[in-house]
Design a protein around this ligand. Structure first.
Ligand code: ATP
Ligand code: MG
Length: 424
């Protein structure tokens, strides 16, 4: 038997209702915040990621699915979405119409990481990106949006970490001091980090190797090196979060796994997830649009990991399953015939209707209705057809009433729709 590729997974019908719930909740919230959807390909030229994410990152060094296509072009399955969104913003000259854009995108990402709980080789993200705004309110607003989303999902125990990574003005000074801090720590650093020490020492904060993590505990804090402009920017972000009662922890080691970040970075963590506890992360990337050949426009965004969120919400999948509003139990050929017509009529009126084609006994059809969890069952057999009234049974209250066949669709649709609005 041919099986899944390792690290990949299927999302089965028992779970997709939860996935849809997470996606729809965020989609609606994003649209309330003025974001428009952008759809981008999952395949890009390798250079796009190499240039944006950074050569010394785990992603570019060892995780990308890169291959030569039949003509020899180097292509990569996208490991993240921001680079593609920036490419689209530049390529379609969106900035020419208005530099300010709020865009979101939903879809799979690919990273060849070691498969484990919370880490897949194809995983799903919802990304939000804002272009053209330097204002710290743009950063704070994105964090507010993210935390409102967590609240809408009724997730408790989400912790927000924030940091500022400074800008090309102040970061070089910090890098120098980090380099001298690391100068006599060669023994503790993994071989990757030894290589990063000169080229990109900030990366070492993001290394998952325990001895590297430990040696970074006493590292200098970038927050002590911020220039005035970056200090003020970070101050305002924090002030707005305070004003909106969004608790946060300042984490000066939060550099994120990509090189393009400047100033604000943030991450939402869920302790309940164990080792892979980040459910969302983001930050500002003021130099990226220009670095990829666009105008000098700033950007800020975040990515939500849908796989980990649905894992957190797993207990809620059951209540979200879509169940039929009505099951038609039709006994006998005549009734089956009419019922087939009715079931289509119901569906065309927006009622979720089900029927089976096997013409089994009333008892076994009722069992099937129960299994589906139908709210109502409409019973029609020869006797009902002769008396020109079918029986509608409310499966919760067990109440039954006769419905004249002549106005059946309208009456039943009405009953179902009032019971749905009544129970909300
Ligand atoms: P981590 O530190 O957990 O590796 P990351 O910094 O690589 O995360 P980002 O690139 O910022 O993550 O992606 C944002 C979100 O996407 C993460 O917070 C996480 O929820 C999710 N994510 C990232 N990599 C994976 C993966 N391999 N499998 C499942 N979800 C992932
Ligand atoms: Mg990672």
């Amino acid at each position: 038997m041919i099986k899944l590729v390792r690290g990949f997974k299927d999302i089965l019908p028992a779970d997709t209702a939860l996935w849809q719930y997470v996606e729809t909740t965020l989609r609606e919230l994003l649209e309330d915040f003025g974001f428009a959807e952008l759809r981008i390909p999952i395949l890009e030229q390798t250079e796009l990621f190499a240039r944006s994410i950074g050569a010394n990152t785990d992603i570019v060094e060892k995780e990308m699915y890169t291959f030569a296509d039949r003509k020899g072009d180097s292509l990569t399955l996208r490991p993240e979405a921001t680079a593609s969104v920036v490419r689209a913003y530049i390529q379609h000259k969106l900035y020419a119409k208005d530099p300010v854009w709020k865009l979101y995108t939903i879809g799979p990402m690919f990273r060849r990481e070691r498969p484990q709980k919370g880490r897949y080789r194809q995983f799903y993200q919802i990304n939000a990106e804002v272009f053209g705004l330097h204002d710290p309110r743009a950063d704070a607003e994105l964090i507010l949006l993210l935390m409102t989303f967590m609240r809408r999902l009724e997730l408790s125990g989400i912790v927000l970490h924030i940091n500022s990574l400074g800008c090309p003005e102040c970061r070089p000074r910090f890098k120098e001091s980090l380099k001298s801090f690391l100068a006599d720590r060669s023994e503790q650093l993994c071989s990757d980090c030894l290589g990063r020490r000169d080229k990109n020492p900030l990366r070492i904060f993001d290394c998952k190797v325990p001895s590297c993590k430990e040696s970074m505990q006493d590292a200098p804090s970038i927050l002590d090196y911020l220039c005035h402009a970056c200090q003020n920017h970070f101050f305002t972000v924090k002030e707005i979060l305070d004003r909106f009662n969004i608790p946060y922890e300042i984490n000066h080691s939060l550099v994120r796994g990509l090189d393009y970040y400047t100033r604000t970075t943030f991450e939402a963590l869920a302790g309940a997830l164990g080792a892979q506890d980040a459910v969302a992360g983001g930050g500002r990337y003021d130099g990226l649009v220009k670095a990829l050949g666009g105008p000098d426009q700033p950007g800020v965004g975040f990515a939500v990991g849908v796989d980990r969120l649905t894992e957190l919400l797993a207990g809620r999948a059951q209540g979200l399953e879509k169940r039929p509003d009505i099951f038609i139990a039709a006994i006998g050929e005549r009734a089956q015939d009419i019922a087939f017509q009715w079931v289509q009529d119901f569906r065309l009126q927006g009622v979720r209707a089900e029927i089976d084609f096997e013409n089994r006994s009333l008892k076994s059809q009722m069992r099937r209705a129960d299994k589906f969890g139908a709210s109502y069952v409409l019973i029609a057999g020869d006797r009902e057809l002769d008396s020109k009234a079918a029986v509608l049974r409310n499966m919760t209250t067990k109440e039954q009433k006769e419905i004249p066949i002549q106005d059946l669709i309208g009456l039943v649709v009405n009953t179902i729709k009032t019971s749905i609005t009544g129970s909300e």
